[in-house]
Design a protein around this ligand. Structure first.
Ligand SMILES: [Zn+2]
Length: 88
């Protein structure tokens, strides 16, 4: 028996064609960049450099991973700075 549970079903695609995608935020990369996934057909989107939504390709996933890393690094540096200032 073949298992096809990962692939979106015909019905899910039909639903999205009729009613539109139902996107939910799956990941907050930075304050402005987020990743979204349609809960029906599992289509993924992300915010690109123009602030517009675009399909989440493996290239964009890589970019987002770097963005996320840099964003958190910057955040922790700011927090450390605040800590040092208050401790002094
Ligand atoms: Zn959809």
């Amino acid at each position: 028996m073949e298992r096809t549970t990962v692939k979106p079903t015909f019905f899910s695609k039909m639903y999205c064609n009729l009613f539109g995608h139902d996107y939910h935020v799956t990941k907050k990369v930075t304050r402005h960049v987020k990743e979204y996934k349609c809960c029906h057909c599992k289509k993924e989107l992300t915010t690109n450099s123009n602030g517009k939504l675009t399909e989440l390709t493996s290239t964009f996933k890589d970019i987002n991973n770097v963005l996320e890393f840099m964003y958190h690094k910057k955040l922790s540096r700011v927090q450390q700075k605040m800590y040092n200032t208050s401790a002094a």
